[in-house]
Design a protein around this ligand. Structure first.
Ligand code: EPZ
Length: 417
């Protein structure tokens, strides 16, 4: 398996182009199932999860073509209601096909995604919503089976705002009879992007980006063309990298409005940030202040940036308290950071980080996507050569990360297995 080797101590300087967002691309590609005819997607990142989506959609009967950053999908041949274990186990977001399959084929059989390294990650709220829209749901041999001859709009309340749950039910409700109201819906930019895509297909959706989304069902949707929004987590990762190495990096093609929580925390920590149209520049100060943070659903601080920010706090002055409120086991990077000399204590969902003067390189193991990114960040400032193993996690969600870092002056290289 490939590994990434990082020689610490180089400042990052220059410009980096932010790719399309993984978590926005996955649901919009799946939404192509809702219509026949060729949909065109631009700015699609080149990632392992996108390949898994292509494999899944092809398995279901859709035609998928890719040329550079453009992907075209035609679901006229959609005929298979089953998403098998072999694909779903590689990518939990495969559950997104559940609603669209029921809407188009009246039935779906989707392998139940298990837990993953960061938590149990149930899908009860997806299923509760689908049942409210009229689907009969069974769990059998590790699969969710959902059937509905007719889907009817409903009032659905989410106990917790769920990103993929909101997306799944939006995609189901657009073809249901009557009106659906999603309450306590997720408000992430990826939800707004999906609503924009569906609206472009002829769906009638109001309120995306707020906690109440109203969807008036239509009989059929048309193919459309859609540009994937920039990846706010990739952008946030480079923002932290710039600050951490006390360099100056300009991010091109990002959306500053999606990055406000990260911008705020980085400024409090002492970084200088100037915002431009579709870009921003981050410059690290001489020293960092410790800052507390608590992960929250958008627009709060994203759980997907918690590990990266913890690295910055590991070398800040003083004590930082980091609370993870979204996933119950998202501190798996802590033991690896400790091996690199970080002083972090975890009690329940809270990590207390006491800044140290420096980190020291060590071989470390990546355990999930964002934890992997945090270990590269740690390597950028550690003394010596850090080896990050199991980098397949990174390839799921960061496009050419080692090349982007190297172009900014970091000594980061991939060693093939
Ligand atoms: C999405 O996961 C993202 N994935 C995650 O990205 C991200 O960390 C997460 O949202 C939170 O922002 C995609 O968009 C593909 P949730 P999702 O449902 O939708 C609980 C990354 O690294 N919950 O919003 O699976 C759940 O356990 C990742 O790119 C239920 O209890 O997350 C969690 O505590 C990993 N029942 C909370 O809701 C449900 O039915 C929020 O999870 C669904 C969720």
């Amino acid at each position: 398996m490939d590994k990434i080797v990082v020689e610490g101590g180089r400042q990052l300087n220059g410009e980096v182009k932010i790719s399309g967002a993984k978590n926005a691309a996955l649901p919009v590609l799946v939404a192509a199932l809702l219509t026949d005819g060729w949909n065109t997607f631009k700015n699609v990142p080149d990632l392992r999860d996108i390949d898994s989506t292509r494999q899944l959609l092809t398995h279901l009967g859709a035609a998928v073509e890719r040329s550079g950053e453009t992907v075209r999908i035609n679901a006229a041949g959609l005929n298979n209601p089953e998403a098998p274990y072999d694909i779903v186990r590689k990518m939990r977001a495969s559950i997104l096909v559940l609603g669209p399959l029921v809407a188009r084929l009246k039935r779906a059989r989707v392998s139940l995604p298990g837990g993953c390294a960061i938590g149990a990650r149930p899908i009860n709220l997806h299923l509760k919503g689908l049942a409210a829209l009229g689907a009969a749901i069974d769990l059998d041999h590790g699969y969710v089976e959902a059937k509905a001859d007719r889907l009817t709009g409903a009032d659905i309340y989410f106990d917790i705002p769920t990103v993929t749950g909101t997306e799944n039910l939006m995609m189901t409700a657009v073809l249901a009879h009557g009106t659906t109201v999603l309450r306590n819906a997720a408000r992430e930019p990826e939800i707004v992007a999906l609503a924009d895509m569906l609206t472009g297909m002829g769906a009638r959706i109001e309120g995306a980006g707020t906690s109440i989304i109203t969807i008036r069902g239509v009989d059929a949707l048309n193919p459309t063309t859609f540009t994937v929004i920039p990846d706010r987590i990739e952008a946030g990762t480079f923002m932290v990298a710039a600050a951490l190495t006390r360099g100056q990096v300009t991010l091109r093609g990002c959306e500053p409005a999606h990055l406000e929580a990260c911008t705020d925390k980085l400024k409090l920590a002492g970084a200088k940030i100037s915002v431009e149209d579709k870009g921003l520049t981050v410059a690290g100060g001489d020293a960092f202040n410790s800052v507390d943070l608590r992960t929250q659903p958008y627009p709060g601080f994203p759980t997907d940036m918690q590990a990266q920010f913890m690295v910055l706090m590991s070398v800040a002055n003083g004590l930082s308290v980091i609370s993870e409120t979204i996933f119950e086991n998202r501190f798996i990077h802590v033991s690896e950071l400790r091996r690199m000399g970080a002083d972090i204590r975890v009690t329940g969902n809270t990590a207390v980080v006491r800044g140290v003067s420096h980190l020291s390189a060590a071989p470390v193991m990546a355990s999930d996507l964002r934890a992997s990114a945090s270990l590269i960040l740690a390597g950028l400032v550690a003394k010596g050569s850090t080896e990050v193993n199991r980098v397949y996690h990174l390839d799921r969600g960061y496009q050419a990360i080692e090349k982007k870092f190297a172009a900014l002056g970091a000594a980061v290289r991939r060693l093939p297995a």
